[in-house]
Ligand binder design. Structure first.
Ligand code: AMP
Length: 571
């Protein structure tokens, strides 16, 4: 696949490369730019019926049979094409223009305009073009061109394998794969090396590893490290410009309208002309100033009623990192310097605070600090390296940061964020509804989703009732191409919805496909006694869910404490 992509990208028109790369992922622009393609299936069917001259009833019948508007378009357009003689070429520019018009259409008659724009494109499409056009416009285009695959292909097409890490760095600091593609095609590796962190292009966040005890953390950090409270809120990356501030979530959504007060306070508190900082936004009790659990701050993520939410749910931002200030990329600087840039460049107080931090040199000091974090209603602690090489590693999970949570003391493992890839119809009390879900972790290397458990516990009635609304929009007729599963559910879903799950242990599993053959030939890893925590992780994309590598690592960590090696596998 990488080879095919590489030769295709190498031969593409440079001026179109940016759009081509976005389109190969079913998008029109990088994720941080607002707006997604998601035209309703029925409207697409209307356009297909209109262009192909097939009745709406027949079009819909085919859709019910296949569940995929792309297949419907392909079949019906191919029938019609045998009859038409003339059509205007479908160029990249024309497709992008049409799709953008559809995405942005708003207000009066917008449904009709969307339908007509699509019909216009379909009119000049061949059957295959029609298939991909309809999948793209409904937001279902997945050919498996994950970010990492495209970066591999760019290295092959325009540079060498050895340049791959630098290309990935450029992507990690801009989150814009189209920009990287255009830059390398036009200016080669020199231009790629020139790509820097800048205000208004979000940086992929740095993530933490985990270890099961404070003593192991202090030892791993070389006997000395910084430890911060780990706040239970929403991570925000703030891009503070001269006149405006934009806030991004860790999945690159624009959160500025959810935290207008924080944006405002940050601009006032910031002594730099421009800066990029990160922190955790946490809800606080207006009376006591105490921090409140995560559920409270989620009221700020609603689409409507923001004014009331801003009034009723006061939040504070606890800053923990500085990625950029006044023309200076801070990501290559060590942790203490970055933290120093926050302390010296911001007026702290009120809504804008620093995370509580302490340098520790022993297990005892670490445990004491952990107890104080829990006492202040935090989730646990984040240990951070203070070594010379403690850079901000955009987009990577490593041991420069190590998290340790309260849950680790009760259960064997951290919670998992897993993607829903299938559902089983319920029985007994759950008859007529989905009774259990097939859950998968993400393999970053291959861009595939691999199953780890069948989840049927922790659903309350409201969740069971809401499942179709949550999931059915991503229903697939057959197993999605990027899912590896042996267990066959009644219904397949394109991985889109992420749920938080806790479990008792990780075991070798003959049926689940996560980390297959990695630990034992013929076995994957599964999680036992999984339970839904009630938290839908709509702040995470499926690609940001717990990775197969992390599960393999947790498995080896847990193997120290229990034999955990039963080969019976989870349900
Ligand atoms: P997890 O989501 O469990 O992988 O934990 C990592 C998350 O903890 C980060 O993405 C932040 O949202 C959050 N967090 C809370 N406090 C801190 C802190 N002091 N430093 C870094 N991240 C923090």
């Amino acid at each position: 696949m990488t080879d095919i992509l590489a030769s295709f990208l190498a031969g593409a028109d440079k001026s179109e490369l940016r759009s081509i790369v976005y389109l190969s992922q079913g998008k029109l622009h990088p994720d941080f730019v607002p707006g997604v393609l998601g035209m309703a299936d029925r409207l697409v069917l209307k356009a297909i019926s209109f262009t192909s001259g097939t009745s709406e009833t027949d079009t819909e019948r085919l859709w019910i049979e296949t569940g995929d508007p792309g297949k419907v378009a392909e079949t019906l357009i191919s029938k019609k094409k045998q009859m038409t003689l003339f059509s205007e070429e479908l160029t990249v520019e024309r497709v992008v223009k049409g799709l953008t018009a559809i995405q942005d259409a708003d207000g009066k008659d917008s449904q009709d305009r969307k339908m007509k724009t699509l019909a216009n494109l379909l009119h000049d499409s061949g059957p295959l073009e029609a298939r991909y056009l309809c999948r793209t416009v409904t937001g279902r285009m997945r050919v498996g061109a994950a970010d990492m695959t495209i970066l591999d292909a760019l290295a092959l097409a325009f540079a060498t394998k050895e340049d791959r890490p630098e290309i990935e760095r450029a992507f990690n600091v801009t989150c814009d794969i189209g920009l990287v593609a255009e830059t390398i095609a036009e200016g080669g590796m020199d231009a790629v090396r020139g790509i820097r962190v800048s205000v208004d292009s979000p940086v992929k966040v740095m993530l933490a590893e985990r270890l099961p005890s404070v003593s192991q953390i202090v030892e791993r950090m070389g006997g000395r490290c910084a430890i911060e409270y780990k706040y239970d809120g929403i991570r925000v990356q703030a891009h503070i410009g001269k006149d405006s501030v934009r806030l991004y979530s860790r999945r690159l959504e624009d959160l500025t309208s959810n935290f207008p007060d924080i944006a405002d306070s940050l601009r006032k508190a910031c002594g730099y002309g421009e800066a990029i900082v990160e922190g955790e936004c946490v809800a606080v009790d207006p009376e006591t100033g105490f921090m409140l659990p995560f559920q409270n701050v989620t009221h700020r993520r609603k689409k409507h009623g923001m004014e009331e939410a801003v009034r009723d749910v006061p939040v504070r931002m606890f800053m923990f990192d500085c990625l950029y200030r006044d023309g200076e990329d801070m990501t290559p600087r060590p942790y203490l310097e970055r933290r120093g840039a926050l302390e010296s460049g911001f007026r702290l107080g009120g809504q804008i605070q620093m995370t509580t931090m302490r340098i520790v040199e022993s297990e005892e000091e670490g445990e004491e600090f952990f107890a104080s974090a829990i006492g202040h209603r935090c989730e646990g602690i984040m240990a951070k390296s203070v070594a010379e090489d403690s850079v901000y590693r955009a987009g990577s999970r490593g041991f420069l940061w190590i998290k340790y949570k309260k849950d680790y003391q009760q259960a064997l493992t951290d919670s998992f964020d897993l993607a829903v890839v299938g559902a089983f119809y319920g029985m007994g009390k759950r008859a007529g509804r989905y009774g259990a879900l097939l859950m998968a972790a993400y393999d970053q290397e291959t861009g595939r989703f691999e199953t780890v458990c069948k989840l049927g516990t922790g659903f309350d009635d409201a969740f069971l009732d809401g499942m179709p609304a949550l999931l059915d929009g991503t229903r697939m007729e057959e197993k999605p191409r990027d899912v590896d599963a042996e267990m066959v559910p009644d219904v397949w879903f394109d991985p889109a919805v992420v749920l938080e799950v806790v479990a008792a242990e990780i075991t070798l599993s003959p049926i689940h496909t996560a980390a297959r053959d990695m630990i034992k030939e013929g076995s994957g890893l599964g999680i036992r006694f999984p339970r839904f925590t009630g938290r839908v992780r709509d702040d995470k994309t499926p690609e940001q869910c717990t990775t197969v590598e992390e599960i393999a690592e947790m498995y080896s960590m847990q193997a120290h404490d229990s034999d955990g090696l039963s080969d019976t596998g989870p349900e």
